[in-house]
Ligand binder design. Structure first.
Ligand code: PLP
Length: 381
């Protein structure tokens, strides 16, 4: 049995979502693009899901493009904006602490001749608005900065960045995968032009997400896949009905209990922080005030990172992001905050979810405390 504190990597699917998906898989079989009756029933379910997601983000249903997840949404946003850019507008601004879906796409765009400026985060893990503003030039087509960082949980000032972009005639995209279902999001009230969304970080299934495309971005966005013309031609292919229904149901639930979920996440991460702050030399990566409620990232001084992670088999946690874990590298996000390699390695990202209990937190805190104390005693011998 392990205590699951890795909800920023993926969340268990909410039982209500499982039930809804199973029901649709068992009973509905039409292609949403078909005009016969089964097709129309499927189409109706897709549109209900679209409305439920739109309600969660305060966007319009017609602005949602279903994708296979936030990775694809990030790729559609960046390639869709930059490949169609005129020669004098081939400049993209992003940050060094983005998810790999953005950073790897940006690298590929560089190989295709796009100029990319990477803005550093400050020591608190915030991408300074002034640095983003300074990076914008006459050739800048788009700026992409994530809403909530997936390793530190730090909330970025995307509203201020979006306002600057709007004033400068630049498109602003934000990867909102960690913000969705964890912060109130009202896209219609912001200057944000495009936002990437994912289902499996908020109780939905993996393999489905969306790109929200605002009115200013729509005429500039070119497709990156070609096929049957679905989703305004931006995302051709038969719509995965049960996946989309799962995303819709997860959205409906998230909207219904957002305040309650946020309070729960906050209570769980603050309890954990309080328990572990009794240990000496524990530091937060990212300040408490600017943090999304579900992520707590702590650096443990005086212990070897690899030994620390190896001594916590009862905990499902992660060092940096789940994606970096496979490569076994210290987190580029923590290093960009000015943490050296040992500090970045001896850091743990705890992320909680709806099912996390106080008991989970108390047990996890004990396990971590014991491991750190034991490693420190070996270290000092
Ligand atoms: C999880 C995550 C992604 C990838 O989302 P998928 O739906 O798994 O493709 C992208 N960006 C951030 C910030 C994430 O946390």
């Amino acid at each position: 049995m392990s205590i699951y504190l890795d909800h920023a990597a993926t969340t268990p699917i909410d039982a209500r979502v499982v039930a809804r998906m199973a029901d649709v898989m068992a009973s509905v079989h039409g292609n949403p693009s078909s005009t016969h009756n089964p097709g129309r029933i499927a189409r109706g379910l897709v549109e209900t899901a679209r409305d439920d997601l739109a309600a969660l983000i305060a966007g319009q249903s017609g602005q949602i493009v279903f994708t296979s997840g936030a990775t694809e949404a990030d790729n559609l946003a960046l390639f869709g904006l930059m490949r169609g850019a005129p020669a004098e507008q081939r400049h993209l601004v992003t940050s060094r602490i983005e998810h790999r879906a953005i950073l790897d796409a940006a690298r590929q765009l560089e190989a295709e001749g796009v100029r990319v400026t990477y803005v550093d985060a400050d020591r608190e893990g915030r991408v300074p608005v002034s640095a983003v503003e300074a990076a914008i030039g006459p050739q800048t087509r788009a700026v992409s900065v994530m809403w909530v960082n997936n390793e530190t949980g730090v909330i970025q000032d995307v509203m201020a960045m979006a306002a600057i972009c709007r004033a400068r005639g630049v498109i602003f995209h934000s990867d909102a995968a960690q913000a969705l279902g964890h912060l109130p999001i009202r896209l219609c009230d912001t200057g944000i032009d495009l936002a990437s969304l994912s289902a499996h970080k908020m109780g939905g299934p993996a393999g489905v997400g969306a790109l929200w495309v605002g009115a200013r971005a729509a005429p500039l966005l070119k497709p990156i896949l070609f096929g049957g013309g679905q989703e305004h031609g931006w995302r051709p292919g038969t719509l995965p009905l049960h996946q989309i229904v799962g995303l819709g149901e997860a959205s409906r639930i998230a909207a219904e209990q957002l305040a309650q979920d946020i309070a729960h996440y906050q209570a769980m991460t603050e309890l954990l922080a309080a328990r572990l702050s009794t240990l000496p030399s524990v530091q937060r990566n990212g300040p408490a005030e600017l943090r999304a409620p579900h992520i707590l990232n702590l650096a443990f001084g005086g212990v070897d990172g690899e030994a620390l992670h190896a001594s916590l088999p009862g905990l499902a946690i992660s060092g940096g992001s789940a994606c970096g874990a496979e490569r076994g590298e210290p987190s580029y996000v923590l290093r960009s905050l000015g943490r050296d390699d040992p500090a970045a390695e001896a850091s743990i990202r705890f992320s909680v979810g709806r099912q996390t209990t106080e008991n989970d937190i108390e047990l996890a805190a004990k396990i971590v405390e014991n491991a750190v104390k034991k490693l420190r005693s070996l270290w000092s011998d």
